[in-house]
Design a protein around this ligand. Structure first.
Ligand code: B1M
Length: 801
C-alpha cells in the first residue's frame, strides 16, 4: 500500500519542486495574465513544467494554484471559477505525478489583504476564502495542502482552521521570513511553530523569502523549536535587479550544498522557490537523496505566543506573572470605558503591566448589559498590536471566548475550563479548534473539593478529557484554587499541597489567582505576598496578579532564586543591576500620560487610531494650536515609531497602526490648518514618488503651501513620473514637488529631474521627505530642498520669485 504524506515525511527526505511562474512565462504566459487560468486554457504547458520537475527528481510537485482563491481570481474576472480551476490544476498535477509515484501538494498562497486590525478583512471572510479553495483541492484528492509564502500569522491561522474544516487532508504551513529572521508582520520561527503546531499541521516550512544562506539561522531556529517535519524552499538567492529584470544568482550546486546543511539541522522536505529551475531541483535531489531525516524529540513545556513572542511556562522554569488588571470587576472607570466602546484604559493598563513585568495578560470584559463579544473584539484588537505579551482570554461565555480565539493572532490561553461536564463539553472543543492552551480549575459539579487529593482527581479528569480531544497535556495548566483565609484558614495548606501533588503526579504546570486569599483582611498586599511565596515554594509556575504591586513582583523574583528556578540568580541579578539596586516604585497608571501633548504622543506610539480624534479635540479645546500638536506631539511620536521600527523594537503592525493614527489626526487637523484663500503666488504639482506610499509629510507640505497662496495639484502617493510630468504641463506648474521616504524610492527623483531637463520643461523641482538630504538634492540637480513643511513654503516662494 502506498504510504501517505504524513508517513513519508517522517521517514524519508523528500524533494519538492521549484518555481512555476517563471517557467510558465518562458512558455509564453503574457505579463499580467492570470497564471492559474492556464490550468484551463494551456494545460499542456502546466503539465510540461510538472514533468520537468519530476524528471529532475522531485518527490512532490505543487499545483498551479498559488493564486487560485476567489479574491485573487476576481481580479481577472475569474472569481466564480475557483472550484473549476483548482480541480483542473490538481488533476493535471496528479496525472503528471502518477507514473513517477510522486505526491501532489495543493498550493495555496496568501490573500494579499490584511486581516483586522491591520486591514479590513475579518477572520470569517478570510476563513471563507481559504475554505472554498481547500475544499476544491481536497475534492480533487491532493496528497496535502501547502500554505506557502505566508507572512502573517493571523492569516495562517485562518487558513489552517479552514483547511481542517475542508476535509481530512494533511497540511503544511510555510512562512516567508526576511533578513531580520522574522515574517513581515514580525513573527519569529519559534512563535510560528508554537502557533501552528496546535492547528493540526503535518509539517512547518519556510519558503521564498530570501536565499538559502540568509535562511540558515531561520532553519536552525525552526528545527530547534518544534519536532514537526520541516520544509525548506528558499529562493535561488536574494533577488537583484539587473537591467530592469529580477535575477537570482544562486547556482544549482550551491543550493544543493545548503539543502544538505538543512537536512543536518533537521529539515526533511527540500526544494526551491523563486528563481529555482529543474536544474536546481536535480542538484538538490542528487545530494539529499539517501540521507535520513534527523529524529528530533525535544520536550517542550507549555508555550503560548503573541504574534511576535513565545512565552514558555515550564515545571522548572522561572515562574510567570499573568497581569490581572484588564478586568472590569470592581473598576468603575474600566466598566464605563467598556460600555462606551473605548479602549483607552485598556491600552494604558496593558502597557503598564508589561512594563511592570507581566509576561502574559489576562483579558476580561465582563460588564453586564454590554455586547461582550464586540467588547472583547475591541479589546483584543487594541492590545495585540500594542504589547508583545501573549493573552489569556478570560470569560465565562463561550461565544466571547470563540470570537477572541478567532481574532487573536497567536496562541492564547483560555481562562478557564473546569471539571463540570458542561464546561468540558463547550470549552475543550474551542481549545482544540483554535489551538489554545487552557487553565483548568480544580472544581466540578460539587464545587471546590476540600482536599488536595480530590482536586488532584479533578485535574486528572481534566487532563484525560483534554488528551482524548487531541489537546496535548502540556497545554493544560492547573489552577488548584485558593479560598479566602479569613473564612477558611484550613483551605490554604490544601491549596499548597494540591499544587505539589498536581505537579508530582501529573507533571503539569500550575497557576493561581493569588489575591483571593486575602479578602476581608486589612493590608491585603502583605498576605498576598506571603501566600505567593509559599505557593511558589510549593511549585507554583504562574500567577494571575497585579504586576504593578512591587511586593508581588519582588516576591516572584526572589522566590525564583530561592527555589532554584532562576539558576545562578541570573535574572534576579540582571534586574537588580538594571534598577540600580533600588526597586523603582511602579508608576501609577493614571499618571502615565498627563498633558494633552503627552497623550497625543503616546497615542501615536500605541497606534490608538480609534481615540486619536477625541484626544485632538481635547487638545484643541485647551487652546493648543494645530501646528503645535503636529510639531510637538504627532510628528515626534511618528518619528519615535520609525526609530523603534528601525531598531527592531516595533514591527510592521505597529508601524501600520501608528501610520493610520497619524493619517486620521492629520485629516482632523487639515481644516484647522487650512487658512482659506490667499493671493495666488504659483502652482505646484505635488506627489510622493513611485513605489512609495508614505504621504503624511507630503500632505502637511500640501496644506502649508496652499495656506501661503500656492495652488497645489496633489497627485497623491506612489505616482509615476510620467503622470507627474503630464500634470505639470497641463497645469503649467512653476514647481514640481516630490516627496520620498525611502532610499529605494528617492531614485525616482533623479529620473524626473532628467526628464524635466530633457523635455525642456519650464518648471523647477523641489524635493523633500525623510530619506532626502540637502546633499542628495544637490547631487541630482534639484532646484530646491526643504527639511520640513515650513521651509518648503519659503523654498517654494523663492523658486517662483
Ligand atoms: Co514606513 N518606513 N514603511 N510606513 N515609515 C519609514 C520611512 C522607515 C525610515 C522606517 C524605518 O525603517 N526606521 C523605513 C524606510 C527605510 C529606508 O528606506 N531607509 C520604512 C519602511 C521600510 C517601510 C516599509 C517597507 C515597511 C514594510 O512594509 N516592511 C513600508 C513601505 C511601503 C512603501 O512605501 N512601498 C512602509 C510602510 C509604512 C506605513 C504605510 C505603515 C506608514 C505610512 C503611512 C502613510 O504615510 N500614510 C509608515 C510610516 C508611518 C513610517 C515612518 C515611521 C514615519 C513617516 C512619517 O509619516 N513621518 C517612517 C520613519 C521616519 O520617517 N522616521 C517610516 C512624519 C512626517 C511628517 O515626516 O514624511 O519626513 P516626513 O515629512 C516631513 C519632512 O520630511 C518634509 O516635511 C514633512 C513635514 O515636516 N517633507 C518635505 C516631506 N515631503 C516633503 C516634500 C518637500 C519638502 C519637504 O518638497 C516637495
Amino acid at each position: 500500500m502506498e504510504l501517505s504524506f504524513r508517513e513519508r515525511v517522517k521517514k524519508e527526505i523528500l524533494v519538492i519542486d521549484g518555481a512555476m511562474g517563471t517557467l510558465l512565462q518562458q512558455r509564453g504566459l503574457p505579463p499580467g495574465w492570470c497564471p492559474e487560468e492556464w490550468n484551463l486554457s494551456r494545460p499542456e504547458s502546466v503539465q510540461e513544467v510538472h514533468k520537468l520537475y519530476l524528471e529532475a527528481g522531485a518527490d512532490i510537485i505543487t499545483t498551479n494554484t498559488f493564486g487560485a482563491i476567489q479574491l485573487k481570481l476576481a481580479d481577472y474576472g475569474l472569481g466564480h471559477r475557483v472550484r473549476e480551476i483548482n480541480l483542473a490544476a490538481a488533476n493535471l498535477a496528479k496525472e503528471a505525478a502518477r507514473p513517477y509515484g510522486a505526491m501532489v501538494a495543493g498550493s495555496v498562497g496568501p490573500l494579499g489583504k490584511f486581516l483586522q486590525p491591520l486591514g479590513t478583512m475579518t477572520f470569517d471572510e478570510a476563513y471563507g476564502q481559504f475554505f472554498e479553495q481547500c475544499r476544491a483541492l481536497v475534492e480533487a484528492g491532493v496528497d496535502f495542502i501547502l500554505f506557502e509564502t505566508f507572512g502573517d500569522i493571523g492569516e495562517m491561522r485562518a487558513a489552517l482552521i479552514a483547511a481542517a474544516d475542508a476535509g481530512d487532508v494533511p497540511v503544511v504551513a510555510s512562512f516567508t521570513f526576511d533578513e531580520t529572521g522574522r515574517t513581515f508582520t514580525g513573527t519569529d520561527p519559534e512563535t510560528a511553530a508554537v502557533v501552528v503546531e496546535r492547528l493540526g499541521v503535518s509539517a512547518i516550512g519556510v519558503n521564498c523569502s530570501v536565499g538559502p544562506r540568509e535562511l540558515v539561522q531561520v532553519v536552525q531556529k525552526l528545527t530547534q523549536s518544534t519536532n514537526l517535519p520541516v520544509l525548506v524552499s528558499p529562493n535561488a538567492g536574494m533577488p537583484e535587479m539587473v537591467e530592469g529584470r529580477t535575477v537570482f544568482r544562486e547556482t544549482p550546486a550551491a543550493m544543493a550544498d545548503y539543502a544538505v546543511r538543512f537536512v543536518e539541522y533537521g529539515a526533511s522536505v527540500l526544494g526551491g522557490c523563486c528563481g529555482t529551475t529543474p536544474e536546481h531541483i536535480k542538484a538538490i535531489h542528487q545530494s539529499v537523496k539517501g540521507l535520513q531525516p534527523r529524529v528530533r524529540s525535544r520536550q517542550f513545556g507549555l508555550r503560548v505566543a503573541s504574534r511576535v513572542k513565545t512565552v514558555s511556562i515550564a515545571p522548572r522554569g522561572i515562574p510567570v506573572a499573568i497581569g490581572e488588571r484588564l478586568n472590569p470587576t470592581g473598576k468603575k472607570a474600566l466598566q464605563a470605558e467598556i460600555k462606551e466602546g473605548k479602549t483607552e484604559i485598556t491600552r494604558r493598563d496593558a502597557l503598564a503591566q508589561v512594563e511592570a513585568g507581566a509576561a502574559i495578560l489576562d483579558i476580561n470584559v465582563g460588564v453586564g448589559g454590554v455586547d461582550q463579544v464586540a467588547a472583547m473584539e475591541r479589546a483584543i484588537h487594541a492590545v495585540q498590536v500594542l504589547v508583545d505579551a501573549p493573552l489569556c482570554i478570560d470569560s465565562t461565555d463561550p461565544r466571547v471566548i470563540e470570537q477572541a480565539l478567532k481574532i487573536y493572532h497567536g496562541k492564547a490561553i483560555i481562562n478557564s475550563v473546569n471539571g463540570e461536564e458542561k464546561s468540558l463539553q463547550t470549552i475543550l472543543p474551542l481549545a482544540k479548534r483554535y489551538g489554545a492552551a487552557l487553565i483548568g480549575l480544580t472544581l466540578d459539579e460539587r464545587g471546590i473539593p476540600p482536599t488536595a487529593e480530590e482536586r488532584l482527581a479533578v485535574a486528572r479528569k481534566l487532563t484525560e478529557r483534554a488528551e482524548a480531544m487531541g489537546i496535548p497535556r502540556q497545554d493544560l495548566m492547573i489552577d488548584c484554587l485558593v479560598l479566602t483565609v479569613s473564612a477558611q484558614p484550613e483551605g490554604v495548606p490544601e491549596t499548597l499541597r494540591a499544587i505539589t501533588l498536581v505537579k508530582k503526579e501529573l507533571g503539569l504546570t500550575t497557576s493561581l489567582g493569588v489575591s483571593n486569599v486575602s479578602f476581608g483582611l486589612p493590608n491585603r498586599g502583605l498576605i498576598n505576598a506571603a501566600f505567593f511565596a509559599m505557593a511558589l515554594a510549593a511549585g507554583l509556575d504562574a500567577a494571575i496578579l497585579n504586576p504593578q504591586e512591587p511586593r508581588m513582583m519582588e516576591t516572584l523574583r526572589a522566590s525564583a532564586v530561592l527555589t532554584g528556578r532562576d539558576i545562578r540568580a541570573e535574572q534576579y541579578i540582571a534586574r537588580e543591576q538594571q534598577a540600580g539596586g533600588v526597586q523603582a516604585p511602579a508608576k501609577p497608571v493614571e499618571q502615565a500620560a498627563a498633558t494633552p501633548l503627552e497623550i497625543l504622543y503616546q497615542a501615536v506610539l500605541s497606534g490608538d487610531k480609534d481615540n486619536i480624534v477625541s484626544y485632538i479635540e481635547t487638545a484643541l479645546a485647551e487652546g493648543l494650536s494645530p501646528m503645535e500638536l503636529l510639531d510637538k506631539a504627532l510628528i515626534p511620536g511618528i518619528e519615535e515609531v520609525g526609530r523603534r521600527y528601525g531598531a527592531g523594537l516595533y514591527f510592521l503592525p505597529q508601524l501600520m497602526m501608528a501610520g493610520e493614527t497619524m493619517t486620521r489626526s492629520f485629516e482632523r487637523l487639515r481644516p484647522e490648518l487650512a487658512r482659506g484663500p490667499a493671493k495666488k503666488v504659483g502652482t505646484v504639482v505635488l506627489a510622493t514618488v513611485k513605489g512609495d506610499i508614505h504621504d503624511i509629510g507630503k500632505n502637511i507640505v500640501s496644506v502649508m503651501l496652499a495656506n501661503h497662496g500656492f495652488e497645489v495639484i496633489d497627485l497623491g502617493k506612489n505616482v509615476d513620473n510620467e503622470e507627474i510630468i503630464k500634470a505639470a504641463m497641463e497645469h503649467r506648474a512653476q514647481i514640481i514637488g516630490l516627496s520620498a521616504l525611502m532610499t529605494t524610492t528617492m531614485v525616482h527623483m533623479a529620473d524626473l529631474i532628467n526628464r524635466v531637463k530633457e523635455q525642456g520643461l519650464n518648471c523647477k523641482v523641489m524635493v523633500g521627505g525623510a530619506a532626502v538630504t540637502a546633499q542628495y538634492a544637490r547631487e541630482i540637480g534639484a532646484d530646491g530642498y526643504a527639511v520640513d513643511a515650513v521651509e518648503a513654503v519659503s523654498v517654494a516662494k523663492s523658486l517662483v520669485s
